[in-house]
Design a protein around this ligand. Structure first.
Ligand code: BG6
Length: 603
């Protein structure tokens, strides 16, 4: 994913480096393979320091916070093109070491551009895709173009979804481009800054400007201009004030963002449920779904599991079938069958996941009709390209494993399914906000107590299965994903009815199998439990209080809910707490698990 931040002041700042490092730490969940800064003085001197490793490690080695100057850039890297190394770290520079840039996203035609640049006698330091940017700008300048026109020329050569910031020792201010990846502009008192993420801007100002794709921004310490890259027209845009609190972006008394965000879930669910009531976009979406012939739904990771739960809610409550697929699977499955009138629902908390953006673009190209985008980040690319935006109002989620956003995605689908049912004259559920909020609060308090009974049994286990049935199947998948993400254990989620058709062979004396079920489906699940029990498996059941299920289990974990539609939400909160406690007991930082990142902006 990567993330960058750039800022311009009027005069040299002795603490420019620490301002950049503070912003870098806000962006650290976007990439921790390499980190780097460049500070440029009003005397056109520059100080470039970068290396592989997380921001904290590189700061310790290279003292990035000691950099001085009147403008500076920091970049955090999540390796795609080129291994984690100093040469592939950013900011990058041109052959003259006068043009500097940093980017996030990915440039698809990098191999061709690199070959051309090398044939034109440019010296490239590494293999990273972003390194072509300062060299392409250098070419434009060598042709006598202005810096703006040189950037325009560079952008015309690039293919892909990206955003970048660039500056030069010979120019005032900085330039930035948004083309498919996130980018925000912040207007401070005496400074202007850009960043891939709002969190890095909020320490400097709350006045931000929303940027759109295909826009080029030039900014100095006192102002900015926005130019439409396609038309060349100057775009006027007002600033808007962000209400997000710094607390929102701090851990507070929690050791990790993951636990903080789990504990924020009841409050975020309450505020979301209040905003849902009579929300015009949810009404409009329900109307569209109730009248549509064919509806496709997709997402990635946790959002895919939320979309699958949405499918179950719509089928069971509204009698409407949603055709679901993984976002990365959509093209091979659906691209040849799309037609006029089809509806697409895309689910993405960040609104920037590349696999999901690909689906949206393909759906449009193939003549699909309306796109409904369920997002947490309403300023995101997916929100900007959707016909109807369904916000989930979880506020910022920093920890890589998604938690509070899953709950609000699930509640959004439950609300939507009920709305569609009403429009179709079917019986719909009473949406009692205080009851749901109480249930979520209970799930956290009782969850902490109950899952502690499982920690000794499960932590460090090489493997085990988590099985769900009907509504709880998506919860079983999400539970196994959480444990994979933050405890690095190979735990498989599966449909319990399928277990006897093969995987049952794995079961031996004491082999743990977790069953998640509603009381309504217990009859099926009881026979699945017996299939494992008779092979001496160790049965753990997570379900609403039930004598029969309790007797059939070695460990029975009661859920504080009765309504079957809320069981998957409560069970998933239990699994979030279990995976968190497992992760911490294994000495892992659950906020920044190895090898993955909060949002993947590459294919
Ligand atoms: C992955 C994250 O990169 O992307 C997951 O590690 C997340 O936590 C998935 O669920 C999808 O992200 P989004 O932003 O599209 O919901």
């Amino acid at each position: 994913m990567c993330g960058f931040f750039g800022i311009v002041y009027e005069q040299d700042k002795a603490n420019l480096g620490s301002i950049l490092v503070r912003a870098g730490k806000r962006l650290s969940y976007r990439g921790y393979d390499a980190s780097g800064v460049v500070g440029i003085g009003s005397d056109c001197s520059f100080d470039l320091r970068k290396d592989k490793g997380r921001i904290e490690e590189v700061e310790e080695r290279l003292h990035l916070s000691e950099v001085k100057g009147s403008r500076g850039i920091i970049q955090l890297r999540w390796a795609t093109y080129g291994i984690p190394s100093k040469e592939n770290a950013q900011p990058h520079y041109d052959c003259t070491k006068r043009v500097f840039s940093a980017h996030n996203g990915n440039i698809l035609n990098t191999p061709e551009l690199r070959e051309k640049l090398i044939n034109d006698n440019h010296t490239l330091q590494g293999e990273n895709d972003g390194e072509v940017i300062p060299h392409l700008i250098e070419d434009g300048l060598a042709e006598g173009k202005s810096f703006t026109d040189a950037i325009m020329g560079c952008v015309r050569s690039l293919n892909g979804d990206y955003a970048f910031v660039a500056t030069s020792l010979d120019e005032d201010g900085m330039w930035a481009v948004k083309k498919g990846s996130s980018l925000f502009l912040g207007i401070g008192k005496g400074s202007v800054c850009v960043s891939s993420d709002l969190t890095a801007i909020l320490d400097n100002t709350r006045e931000i400007v929303t940027l759109r794709d295909n826009e080029l921004i030039h900014f100095t310490n006192s102002g900015f201009t926005i130019e439409d890259i396609e038309t060349g027209e100057i775009v006027n845009r007002e600033t808007r004030r962000i209400a997000l609190s710094v607390e929102e972006i701090e851990k507070g008394s929690f050791e990790h963002f993951m636990l903080k965000e789990i504990y924020e879930t009841p409050a975020k669910a309450r505020s979301h449920l209040r905003l849902l009531k009579n929300n015009p976009s949810y009404e409009e979406a329900a109307k569209l779904i109730s009248q549509a012939q064919r509806i496709f739904i997709t997402g990635a990771g946790t959002s895919y599991h939320a979309s699958l739960l949405g499918k179950y809610y719509c089928a069971e409550i509204a009698g409407v079938l949603l055709n679901n697929s993984f976002a990365s699977e959509f093209s091979s499955l659906c691209s040849n069958i799309l037609k006029q009138g089809d509806i697409l629902i895309v689910v993405s908390q960040s609104g920037e996941t590349k696999d999901v953006k690909n689906v949206l673009n393909e759906f449009r190209d193939k003549g699909g009709d309306k796109v409904i985008g369920m997002v947490n980040n309403i300023g995101s690319t997916i929100a900007l390209h959707s016909d109807i935006v369904l916000p989930i109002n979880s506020q910022l989620e920093v920890s890589v494993p998604a938690t509070k956003t899953f709950t609000n995605q699930a509640l959004s689908f439950l609300y939507l399914a009920n709305k569609v049912a009403e429009l179709k004259g079917r019986v719909s559920q009473e949406f009692d906000i205080s009851f749901i909020e109480g249930m979520i609060q209970d799930s956290i308090e009782k969850g902490e107590k109950e899952v502690s009974r499982l920690l000794d049994k499960l932590t460090g286990q090489k493997e085990f299965y988590i099985l769900g049935f009907g509504l709880t199947y998506p919860a079983a998948l999400e539970a196994s994903l959480k444990i994979k993400e933050v405890a690095y254990m190979h735990i498989e989620g599966m449909y319990s009815g399928e277990f006897k058709h093969g995987p049952l062979s794995i079961v031996e004396q004491g082999y743990p199998v977790i069953f998640i079920t509603t009381a309504e489906d217990k009859h099926f699940v009881l026979s699945h439990i017996n299939e494992v029990k008779t092979r001496n498996g160790f049965i753990i059941t997570i379900a609403p209080l039930d004598e029969e299920l309790s007797l059939a289990s070695d460990i029975f974990i009661p859920l504080p809910v009765s309504n079957p539609y809320l069981v998957p939400i409560s069970a998933t909160i239990y699994a979030q707490i279990l995976s968190y406690r497992m992760s911490v007991s294994l000495g892992i930082n659950p906020d920044f698990p190895r090898n993955i990142s909060k949002t993947i902006t590459v294919d």
